[in-house]
Design a protein around this ligand. Structure first.
Ligand code: PCD
Length: 787
């Protein structure tokens, strides 16, 4: 094998540089907004200024008369096509363009299509909508009040704003353990509404070719195949005549899972005008109308013995789903995977109740860097553990150590029925404590407290459940969550892998090539990964819930092994040996006991396409396909420690250190994994300290720009200190678990626990996020400092 000096050839796992960065760092990425087609028109959306109002009339005459306007679409236009309403991911319906009422500020009311973007925007001003404002529900806690206005009067027989009640776990058993517990600690806490806020907003170019009848859609989607099938089912378009292309994506974080009104309007617009239509959101539209996350009001309790053995946890949750229930989750779980709130601890019983309500806010409820509500669950249990530690006056690290699941308990079925695949939790926590220099930190803290300085140390130990999901347990809108994969090895031994998942920045073009390289013994540079185009790839449900590695990664391993087995048969013919007598070592089959007699996979590829006589039943060529149905989720976990300093005078929190030890099983590309963790830790600082989508009483959105909705920058982030342990998943063919969302899930409670720990001399037990300077300062008012 010849090596080019200086560029290591990767034949498998390891810190390989990202292939896709060659184009990204040169500004050569191709995003939806880079698509420019001949004759392309531009769409713009008119949004409602009211959070709740009846529409008396919409006058589009002046807009239509604008010289550059080609069409104006309203709810009425869509109604005629039976497209005014579309199904959501949670078996509700959502208005594409409002017909009867507007139900949140920013709701889509009309769609203007013009020759250029600016004219489309200008023409929005010419539309005259006569609104009759209605009372507003802007706080979920009042949604079920007697006199609350009924938001969804479009749904037949609807008399209130209730969506669902859902429970999990064993209520009676939980009551029993609470009854015998020495200590019960309870706390109300809010995980506020936040937004994924990817750098690239959402957008689409829709091109209906009336001659061929083929609809081509370039869209910012994390799930191109799911989108195609839904367009086919909802709009009645033939599925084989729809091609969804998801080009380079500038971050998704869950924001690009759903189908938004702008997508539907652009497709309709292209059908109506016969020309391609582009629509790309601006920042405020993205923050105001596309999917939010969280918005859970939780009342949690934890029960334990006097010596700190946790017995059970219970929680009642009020979930604010906005005006249309568009929450993303497997069909059977209206609260996603929230019921993994028993976290990483061994306990006897647990119970949760979740009530979902409508409010006059944007719909959604996406899994923003969290596999379906696990962020909320982890936050709950990790805050409760700290509250319990404070109540018992024991060290929070010690309390966790005492209750963590033990290695021999895996596979472990938790109190609400989830089967955790593998773990060695104590080792991971110990490593984090060591890296942090935990004892020295506590000493430093004590010294500082004595001087009146506020320093806090926060711990969180999280378990994620990623890789949705086993067909027998879950589906989304009736679709099983299995992923296809296809691998073709060309005559010269170069390979093309086709997968259904979509990269939004995670580096799939690199890591999936590495999986093939590892299993086939060819350089990762010899593998091209094709994704994000429904015409080019097999069906699969898409990228979210950190499922690409657990599901499509497994599919890739399986399909590569199939090709390797096929190669064995060809090698047998080439070597005139019984295939059963052949052995595999990196990149070649050889006759057992005679390592010099082998043939390389490249030689086999050539022979498979050549004139070698193949045994009966062996087709030529070297390729395979597979569909992988995961037997279980994978359960990555980690121990995070955060150190903060708080200025009592201003309430400002400075994050001094974050130590993050992650265990995601076998790491395909440790460098990429670390990058994923870096991003998630920054996310966590953002959610804990500065982010919230707030609304005033009239339902006005108070965070519609980056002036108000704050993203963490390098100024707010310390230099991350990362560690790793490796506990393979026993059911994943590579032993890998997902990791993309781990740090976003694990870090907010570490930061909050640190801040509350810093405020301990003031007797503070809890403070709701975001812990902005104002909120921290307010929390301290009227409280004396006591060491
Ligand atoms: N890995 C490795 N190893 C292991 C694991 C993993 O290497 N063990 C790697 C892979 O391959 C890739 C990554 O890492 O590359 C990741 O992975 P995962 O975990 O599997 O995941 P995915 O599926 O791929 O992805 C998804 C995720 C999510 S979900 C989110 S939110 C976010 C994350 O991802 N997003 C994003 N991250 C990221 N990054 C970026 N850059 N961008 C973005 O957007 Mo959701 O549900 O959607 O909410």
């Amino acid at each position: 094998m010849t090596h080019t000096a200086g560029t290591p050839r990767h034949h498998g796992f390891g810190p390989m540089r990202r292939k896709e960065d060659a184009r990204f760092i040169r500004g050569r990425g191709k995003y939806v907004d880079d698509i420019k087609l001949p004759g392309m028109l531009h769409g713009a959306i008119l949004h409602s200024p009211h959070a709740h109002a009846r529409i008396r009339s919409i006058d589009v005459g002046a807009a239509e008369a604008h010289p550059k306007v080609k069409a104006v679409i309203t709810g009425e236009t869509l109604e005629a096509m039976n497209l005014a309403w579309m199904p959501t991911l949670s078996n509700d319906v959502q208005a594409v363009l409002a017909t009867d009422k507007v139900r949140f500020q920013g709701q889509e009311v009309a769609f203007v299509i013009a020759e250029d973007h600016y004219s489309a925007r200008d023409a929005l001003e010419l539309i005259d909508v006569d609104y009759d404002p209605l009372p507003v529900v802007s706080d979920a806690r009042t949604a079920m009040d007697e006199d609350a206005p009924v938001i969804r009067d479009d749904l037949e027989g609807r008399k209130d704003n209730h969506i669902f009640d859902w429970e999990a776990g064993d209520r009676a058993r939980t009551e029993e353990v609470f009854a015998v517990a020495d200590v019960v600690v309870s706390q109300d806490m809010l995980y506020p509404r936040v937004h994924p806020a990817p750098l690239e907003t959402c957008g689409i170019v829709a091109d209906m070719d009336k001659v061929t009848g083929k609809l081509t859609v370039w869209a910012t989607t994390q799930a191109p195949h799911a989108h195609r099938t839904l367009y086919a089912l909802v709009a009645g378009l033939p599925e084989h005549k729809i091609r969804v292309i998801s080009p380079d994506i500038g971050g998704g974080f869950g924001n690009k899972v759903g189908i938004y009104p702008g997508y539907v309007c652009s497709i309709v617009g292209s059908i109506l005008t016969g020309r391609p239509v582009k629509w790309v959101e601006d920042r405020s539209e993205n923050l105001m109308t596309t999917s939010f996350a969280r918005d859970y009001h939780m009342s949690g309790s934890i029960a334990a013995t006097r010596d700190g053995k946790v017995l059970g946890v219970r929680v009642k949750t009020l979930a604010d789903h906005g005006a249309f229930n568009g929450s993303a989750q497997p069909t059977k779980f209206p609260a996603g995977f929230f019921h993994v709130f028993t976290g990483s601890y061994d306990m006897q019983a647990a119970h949760c109740e979740v009530t979902g309500v409508y409010t006059n806010k944007a719909p959604g409820g996406v899994a923003y860097a969290c596999s379906f509500r696990i962020t909320e669950a982890v936050y709950l249990v990790e805050r409760l553990m700290d509250l319990l530690a404070a109540e018992l006056d024991v060290d929070p690290a010690e309390l966790r150590m005492k209750n963590l699941l033990q290695p021999e308990q895996f596979p472990y079925t938790c109190a609400t029925g989830w089967e955790y695949d593998s773990g060695d939790y104590a080792t991971t926590l110990r490593l984090a404590l060591e890296m942090a220099g935990y004892e020295a930190l506590r000493k430093e803290q004590a010294e500082k407290r004595a001087r009146g300085e506020l320093m806090g140390i926060g711990i969180s130990f999280f378990t994620e459940a990623v890789g949705a999901g086993p067909r027998k347990h879950m589906d989304i809108l009736g679709f099983g969550m299995a992923d296809g994969a296809e691998l073709r090895v060309h005559p010269t031994g170069k390979a093309v892998l086709r997968i259904s998942v979509q990269t939004q920045g995670q580096g799939h073009e690199t890591t999936f090539a590495q999986i093939v390289a590892e299993e086939l013994g060819i350089p990762a540079d010899d593998v091209e990964v094709v994704h994000g185009d429904t015409d080019q790839t097999p069906f699969g449900l898409g990228t979210y819930g950190s499922r690409s590695t657990p599901v499509s990664g497994a599919a890739t391993a399986v399909v590569t092994r199939k090709v390797r087995e096929r190669a064995r048969l060809v090698a047998g013919a080439m070597l005139e040996a019984d295939p059963g007598d052949l052995e595999w070592s990196e990149g070649r089959w050889f006759v057992r006991g005679d390592p010099n007699s082998g043939v390389t996979i490249q030689e086999i590829a050539m022979a498979a396409h050549g004139s070698v006589e193949l045994p009966e039943g062996v087709e030529g060529h070297l390729d395979a396909t597979t569909v992988y149905n995961p037997p279980n989720l994978t359960y990555p976990y980690g121990a995070y420690i955060c150190v903060v300093d708080v200025d009592a005078g201003t309430g400002k929190v400075s994050v001094r250190r974050i130590i993050a030890v992650d265990d995601c099983g076998v790491r395909i590309n440790p460098m990429i994994v670390e990058g994923q963790v870096h991003g998630g830790l920054a996310d966590g600082i953002g959610m804990a300290l500065m982010q919230v989508m707030a609304f005033d009483e009239d339902g006005n959105h108070l965070g519609a720009s980056f002036m108000d909705y704050l993203l963490p920058t390098s100024m707010e982030c310390p230099s991350w200190e990362l560690g790793a342990t490796v506990t393979p998943s026993p059911h994943h063919p590579l032993g890998a678990k997902g990791v993309g969302e781990s740090a976003t899930v694990g870090s907010p409670p570490a930061v909050v626990n640190a801040v509350v720990d810093a405020l301990k001399p003031y007797g503070v037990r809890h403070a709701d996020i975001p812990l902005t300077p104002a909120n921290v300062w307010r929390t301290l008012q009227g409280r004396p400092f006591r060491t």
